[in-house]
Design a protein around this ligand. Structure first.
Ligand code: PEP
Ligand code: MN
Length: 445
């Protein structure tokens, strides 16, 4: 990788990035960030890569989830705890279904920058630059709020550091104990509506009872008390990513120190563009969103560029086509992977192809469409003889009303009750857990 440097992305065409007007302020922020400690360490990124390699072979299963966009004004310990908690519940249900370890990766501690479908937004005769995430500008619809401000990168770094600190504490401090996680899940299956999930929950209870009887207790078994929880985000704002790049002293390679895994969005995956250029040089596992416009040829180029040594676990392909469209697009990409003999981890994002405008005017996603895309993904993978390696959800542990449907049937009219997302609609806690039960069924089938 002798022709790569953390700055070479600057020579490539860039899209979806802000034009900062105050160059001096930008340099000052970059200089400060580049002296701050990295948020993650190379050994952790390598462990995640190994786990994702296992997922590529069907020996593990990835659960990646979290907010569409983290927001400064929604930053709280409770919100972090609740998302962490529901992800652990989902992971337990999925582990039981898949009978393999579940690799847990949050869209957390860095998921701040957003690509947008249009550069500007018009409302009541006023046209302003689009909101691009709290690390860039502000959601408020005023000209001042929409000016990109480099100082926001420092606030994002601080929030990411505090988030990761809490996640690390929850992961190892006893909060993640397997018995506790299961007790939470039993609460969900108690109601009449969730009765159909009780059977699986009871089977998990039996397994835990058996383990206890056999002396496999969590106070003596570290694996039952702690979890490995990783962070990820879209590496969109490359000034931030570059400033947090660090050399790994063990291997001499470059680490994106902003999170364990980074991904390239569906709008920034141009093979000759800045985002691919940045991602190709770091040792972290890299995700690539694969939408309907991705051709087999481009995928081949991208795989060679992003994973030149064909390392298992390095590249995760995140399919996001929309319910009803998976069979049209996924087979050509699965075949391209096979023709290249490439090692990749195939993951389903059933969120981004299923966004609609509800009758009440809110951007939403119907639970049924999300589930349908997951099922189509599994069916194409099976038909093509490829391995479904995981799922990627926009979700929160909070009781929001942003996606419609689920056992506690959120309706179009309910959306206005607790619609808090700064960007795309998320599954709430019960919808997320329900989906995990349904994915577990797919994995057991
Ligand atoms: C996202 O993950 O929030 C996103 C913008 O996805 P995509 O790039 O797949 O549209
Ligand atoms: Mn999103």
């Amino acid at each position: 990788m002798s022709d790569w440097q953390k700055t070479t992305w600057r020579t490539k065409p860039r899209v979806q990035m802000p034009d900062y007007t105050d160059a001096e302020a930008l340099s000052a922020v970059e200089a400060r960030l580049s002296k701050y400690p990295p948020l993650v360490f190379a050994g952790e990124a390598r462990s995640l890569k190994k786990a994702l390699g296992a997922a590529s072979r069907g020996e593990a299963f990835l659960l990646q989830g979290g907010d569409c966009a983290e927001a400064f004004d929604q930053f709280s310990a409770d919100a972090i705890r609740d998302t962490f908690k529901v992800m652990l519940q989902m992971a337990m249900v999925l582990t039981y279904g898949a009978k393999v370890p579940v690799v847990k990766v949050g869209r957390m501690a860095g998921q701040f920058a957003k690509p947008r479908s249009a550069p500007t937004e018009a409302r009541d005769g006023l046209e302003l630059p689009s909101y691009r995430g709290d690390i860039i500008n502000e959601l408020a619809f005023t000209p001042e709020a929409r000016i990109p401000d480099p100082a926001k990168m420092l606030q994002a770094y601080t929030q990411a550091a505090a988030t990761l600190n809490l996640l690390r504490a929850f992961s190892t401090g006893g909060y993640a104990d397997v018995h506790q996680v299961h007790a939470w899940t039993l609460g969900f299956t108690e109601g009449e509506k969730a009765a159909k999930y009780r059977d699986l929950a009871n089977r998990i209870s039996d397994t835990l009872d058996f383990m206890k009887a056999a002396g496999l207790e969590s106070d003596t078994n570290h694996n039952l008390r702690t979890v490995d929880f990783y962070t990820s985000h879209e590496a969109l704002l490359l000034e931030y990513e570059e400033a947090l790049c660090r050399v790994d002293s063990t291997s001499g390679k470059w680490l994106a120190g902003s999170g364990h895994m980074i991904w390239i969005g569906d709008r920034t995956r141009q093979p000759d563009g800045a985002h691919v250029e940045f991602a190709r040089g770091v040792l972290n596992p890299v995700g690539l969103k694969c939408g309907p416009t991705l051709s087999a040829e481009d995928l081949k180029v991208l795989m060679r560029r992003l994973n030149p040594s064909n390392e298992a676990g390095k590249l995760t392909l995140i399919a996001r086509f929309g319910a009803g469209k998976v069979a049209e697009h996924l087979p050509r990409l699965v075949r391209a992977v096979r023709e290249e003999g490439a090692h990749v981890t195939w993951v389903c994002d059933p969120m981004h192809g299923n966004t609609i405008k509800s009758g009440s005017g809110y951007k939403t996603r119907p639970f049924d469409a999300v589930l349908r895309e997951v099922r189509e993904f599994f069916s194409v993978m099976n038909a093509e003889g490829a391995i479904p390696g995981g799922v990627h959800f926009e979700m929160t542990g909070q009781d929001v009303t942003e996606c419609t449907g689920g056992v506690y049937a959120v309706s179009d009219e309910d959306l206005s009750d607790r619609y808090h997302t700064a960007c795309d609609p998320r599954l709430n806690a019960s919808q997320s857990l329900e989906l995990a039960f349904l994915v577990a069924e797919e994995l057991t089938a």
